[in-house]
Design a protein around this ligand. Structure first.
Ligand code: NAD
Length: 247
């Protein structure tokens, strides 16, 4: 099968819904074999029915033992898309230590653990492309009521640049992506959690200058590009894909 990712294997975390799921399908359409991982096995099983090129594994990225077990089972992927992350709403006054720890476990430490699990084998092979999910709400833009989320996503950008710098000449490319507001299941959960879904929907759309939310498929297309050899000259970048929110 042809395609921009023909012959490549990709591993994706938090792949059962939203941007992760859309990326699994986009990568398969470009000829990749995809290992889709998540904690939601029911959703992964439904996803696996979409293509024989998708294999699924339960993986809680906050558990080192589960990462070790998966890494021992699979070859080092050509592409790693670290997609996990959770949005805590609120200012600094809303944060308790438990939330701080959870945000950094899922949004930052998970990406570090996944990269670390495969780096020795990537170095032996001399090639890999890693895409780390950050957000526009990060060191790129201060967003109200996203104190903890923005802090954790800024760390993802720092980690991405540090990792890219270490392996510039060793064939391992590492980039981060910074989406604006994207229409995904968890976004609708966040709208419902405000208690006024309609008003929240309006507010989320209003902060996007194009007057619409991003689509998961639009983000997936960028991930495919960064995964492919077309982007071979790009590393250490945090790329905004935000419908002009940062302009
Ligand atoms: P989502 O939040 O709707 O889905 C998240 C997925 O993560 C679910 O399938 C869930 O089962 C899985 N998950 C939860 N805990 C996990 C764990 N411990 N281990 C592994 N998987 C776990 O998806 P989304 O909205 O597409 O967000 C995906 C990523 O994109 C996140 O990192 C998020 O911060 C980032 N992002 C989203 C938006 C947006 O507006 N949706 C914008 C910028 C960045």
């Amino acid at each position: 099968m042809g395609g921009r990712l023909a012959g490549k294997t990709a591993l994706i975390t938090s792949a059962a819904q939203g941007i992760g799921r859309a990326t699994v399908l986009a990568m398969v359409a470009e000829g990749a074999k995809v290992i889709a991982t998540d904690i939601n096995m029911a959703a992964l099983e439904a996803l696996a029915k979409e293509s024989p090129a998708i294999s699924i594994h339960k993986l809680d990225v906050t558990k080192q033992a589960e990462i070790d077990a998966l890494a021992a089972k699979v070859d080092a992927p050509d592409v790693l898309f670290n997609c996990s992350g959770y949005v805590h709403a609120g200012t600094i006054l809303d944060v308790v230590d438990k939330d701080w720890d959870f945000a950094f476990e899922l949004n930052v430490r998970a990406h570090y653990r996944m990269m670390r699990a495969f780096t020795p084998r990537w170095l032996e092979r001399g090639s890999a492309s890693v895409i780390n999910m950050a957000s526009l709400a990060s060191s790129v833009k201060g967003v109200p009521n996203r104190f903890l989320y923005g802090t954790s996503k800024a760390a993802v950008i720092g980690m991405t640049k540090a990792m890219a710098a270490d392996y510039l000449a060793k064939g391992i490319r590492v980039n981060a992506i910074c989406p604006g507001t994207v229409d995904t299941p968890s976004l609708h959960d966040r709208m419902r959690a405000t208690g006024d879904y309609e008003a929240a929907h309006k507010a989320f759309v209003a902060r996007q200058p194009m007057g619409r939310l991003g689509r998961a498929e639009e983000i997936a297309a960028l991930v495919v590009y960064l995964a492919s050899d077309e982007s071979a000259f790009i590393t250490g970048q945090a790329i905004n894909i935000d419908g002009g929110w940062s302009v």
